[in-house]
Design a protein around this ligand. Structure first.
Ligand code: ZN
Length: 540
């Protein structure tokens, strides 16, 4: 029992022989307010363990006896406030009046000593802040996060299903509307990669176990891989990563220093075993599509490549509407491969690249993987939550394992450096983040349905369909509902589906060949001709 990290609030475990009800929580909160108002001091005293055993035995606190049993010290501290006494290491505020704003958030079951064979206690958790304002902001965020939960909005907006009982846990199906968003994401992603000098690859979903033995995944990543399958007496495994395929693509030809850097990108679907209990909507799944890339370059190109990659990451994340980033740089761990000098050199390159882009960063000393240093870029969403999305990882191991080479200026064989890199991380997870960021109201360029054409009466339907057709031909995702509902109902439906633009067609619009435009934020943009409409959509 006791406080957690401040950012997560506090909790207290109790056993009252029955479940704690919401009414109990209200009573406890009222009592807490009385205590705060009383502004009584928290008094610390140090007592011998002997005395403590006696004190808590008298109070009938049998769990305290066990806590005392694990404390190795002879002297323990006890705090008193307004007649209540508890065993506590401290520290505490001096007086209860210093507590400015708090709220109990709920009750959950919690095994004593986290042992499922022991008593189930009731864990009451809460949060405290220095001001009511901060508390209100926090509570608002929790409420808002609940409303935006992608697990609720996704199926509600027909975007995806996950863990269908006939398909299996942690496996995602993109529904047509979700697939439209994904196609918009992928189109942008591919276009940007071609512009930034990447080639696209497509690799198989399974490969022989030998490949994973060569790459080292078989030894170091086995618990995340699904069991092998037999095909023609050969053992195959579902791919947990795309890297080995990109390496083999590099090795497909003899490489010269002039060709480097070589940049391969793939929207590669990988499969990783996750325990059934940890799966969470789109955030943690067993199959997902990495927006993966591998860069093979010379040592003298590393600075430039890292600089480009970070710039690229930021451009892409900004396009999706994010503007606050935090970076962590993980450096050489105790167990490592390669030369310490190479580690130092590449860590310095990573640091320079982060600084050039003026990103706030922290260093995770010794936190790198054994095969190279890396940086993780987290984005902060509008509810102030941090999401780890992009990773840029240097690799001194795989070029050795796969005996990768290029012919250098001296005509000799030299090892290239390998950079693994993902921008969005996983398309599924990033979709989850986007749904929550926008509460399902995607920006125009991503919206599954960008424009809905609404005919006031059936006689306007033909022209509505005609307008839909011109919009589609201009490259926009438009739709005309054919039901003869009242306009009000049609607008409500479009609003519920979070369609950015609604085009209303009545007699006047039919005659003037255009539509009256409304936005999902209830803005009235007035009449636009067909041509004006298409230009307006292009500017969105
Ligand atoms: Zn990789």
């Amino acid at each position: 029992m006791g406080p957690k990290d401040h950012s997560e609030g506090f909790y207290y475990d109790i056993d009252i022989g029955r479940p704690v009800t919401p009414e109990d929580l209200n009573k406890i909160e009222r009592q807490m307010r009385r205590i705060v108002k009383g502004n009584r001091p928290f008094e610390r005293s140090e007592v011998s363990k002997e005395e403590a055993y006696k004190l808590f035995a008298e109070l009938g606190q049998r769990y305290k006896k066990e806590i005392l049993d694990w404390i190795p010290d002879d002297i323990v501290s006890v705090y008193r406030n307004d007649g209540f006494v508890d065993l506590c290491r401290g520290p505490h505020v001096e007086k209860s009046g210093q507590i400015k704003a708090f709220k109990l958030l709920g009750v959950s079951g919690s095994y004593w000593r986290a042992d499922k064979d022991r008593e189930m206690l009731q864990r009451i958790s809460g949060i405290a802040f220095n001001s009511q304002e901060e508390l209100d902001t926090y509570l608002h965020r929790i409420e808002e996060a609940k409303k935006r939960d992608h697990r609720k909005l996704g199926p509600q907006l027909d975007l995806f299903t996950v863990s269908d009982p006939l398909i299996g846990p942690g496996l995602v199906t993109w529904l047509p509307k979700g697939a439209r968003v994904r196609v918009a994401m992928e189109d942008y992603w591919r276009d940007m990669h071609f512009k930034h000098g990447y080639e696209m690859l497509f690799s198989p979903h399974i490969a022989k176990s030998e490949l994973w033995k060569t790459s080292g995944h078989w030894d170091f990543y086995r618990e995340s891989m699904f069991s092998p399958m037999k095909i023609d007496e050969q053992e195959y495994v579902l791919k947990p990563m795309n890297c080995p395929f990109h390496i083999l693509t590099y090795k497909h030809g003899l490489r010269s220093y002039r060709e480097l850097p070589i940049r391969y990108a793939e929207l590669g679907t990988v499969y990783r075993y996750e325990l059934a209990g940890v799966m969470h909507g789109l955030m943690r799944v067993r199959g997902f599509t990495q927006d993966d890339a591998h860069i093979f370059c010379r040592w003298d190109q590393i600075d430039d490549e890292l600089d480009r990659v970070i710039g690229f990451v930021l451009t892409v994340l900004r396009k999706f509407g994010f503007s606050k980033f935090e970076v962590s740089l993980s450096t050489m761990p105790e167990k490592y491969v390669g030369e310490p000098a190479d580690w130092k050199k590449s860590e310095a390159s990573l640091k320079r690249a982060i600084e050039r882009h003026e990103l706030p960063f922290e260093i995770d000393e010794g936190g790198g993987a054994f095969y190279g240093p890396k940086i993780d870029i987290k984005l902060r969403d509008s509810l102030d939550r941090l999401w780890q999305c992009s990773t840029i990882q240097l690799d001194f191991n795989n070029p050795e394992r796969f005996d990768m080479n290029f012919i250098n200026t001296e005509g000799e064989q030299e090892r290239p450096v390998m950079i693994h890199r993902a921008l969005l991380g996983s398309l599924e997870r990033f979709m989850g983040i986007l749904i929550e960021e926008y509460a399902g109201a995607f920006p125009f360029w991503l919206a599954p349905e960008q424009v809905r054409v609404l005919a006031i009466a059936d006689r306007h339907l033909d022209y509505a369909k005609e307008l839909e057709k011109s919009l589609k031909e201009a490259g926009f995702r438009a739709h005309t509902p054919m039901a003869s509902d009242k306009l009000g109902a049609k607008i409500r439906d479009a609003q519920m589906a979070k369609v950015p633009l609604m085009l209303v067609i009545g007699d006047k619009e039919l005659e003037d060949r255009g539509a009256t435009v409304r936005t999902r934020t209830r803005e009235d943009l007035g009449f636009m001709s067909e041509e004006q409409l298409i230009n307006y959509c292009k500017s969105c």
